[in-house]
Design a protein around this ligand. Sequence first.
Ligand code: AMP
Ligand code: GLY
Length: 329
Amino acid sequence: MTRRACVVGSGAREHALALALSRSASVLVTPGNDAMHGQSIQVSDLPATAIDADLYVIGPEQPLVDGLADELRDQGRLVVGPGRDAAQLEGSKAFMKDVLASAGVPTARYGAFDDADRAVAFLRELSGTVVVKTDGLASGKGVLVTEDLDEAEVDVRAKLSGASFGDAGRRIVIEEGLKGEEVTLQVLVDGNSAEPMAPARDYKRLHDDDGGPNTGGMGAVSPVASVDDALVKTLMDRAVAPTLAELRQRGIDYRGVLYTGVMITGEGPSVLEFNVRLGDPEAEVILPRLADDPFDLFASVASGTLSGAPRFSSDAAVTVVLAAEGYPA
Ligand code: AMP
Ligand code: GLY
């Protein structure tokens, strides 16, 4: 009997997931998009909770923050994606920073604010590059990185007033800017064990030569020449393991992909962010390199039976994002 996988989402990441899963399963994507055609890929307007499948993979962060994984698990389904409580790791940057601080994971110095005058006072204590982030979800667009404190102050006030990002910005996190090379390590977590996937690098600035505003990602590559096995092990030991232990201590079971965004600074790796799902565009360069059966692998994540690290081909993959005019504003 053919196995059925349901992919939730409608972007390039979900297309990459559908293509990978369709190697050995029939795939239904909800809501999908018109470009997703394949012998074993269909799109559906039905909500995931009304679709009958053997495995559910939730692509984007919003449905995870809204509790879709919990709803599906309550129906007895096998799901790749954390529940609402763990999704706060991405849904609230203040929560994430608090978890990192409790877990002793290296991360940029920060403050969390809902009051503009206090936020600006903190900002003015920093020097060099500063970073202003919405606490809530903003599709990767809620982050300002700048050396101009006046620009940062305008941004702080626009975010906190709700003018620029609505409720997502009514609380903000301000951080010291870190310098170095960025790495994305996406980790499979089955509730007990955690195994790294191949590293990737996402290029977040809009223009060539790392110029222009931050975006959700303009392109990605995998593998990353400067990231070796020793660095992956360091990231697993110093960032991922303590974070998962801290979540467990708070009574939170994590099942899904833990996206670890890291800056490799002169003083060593520092965690920029956690996301609770595959990256986009990182998924597009990771999944085509996967040498294991994607359905079996994701099913083992969902069922708590992950055994050993996933294998990747030695091929290299590159993706470039074609964005609408005016992106990211
Ligand atoms: P985040 O959503 O927190 O990952 O931020 C998005 C992007 O902003 C990151 O991938 C980095 O490129 C940049 N960024 C975030 N925090 C910092 C920081 N403390 N220093 C320098 N760049 C940062
Ligand atoms: N490419 C960054 C992200 O998926 O959040």
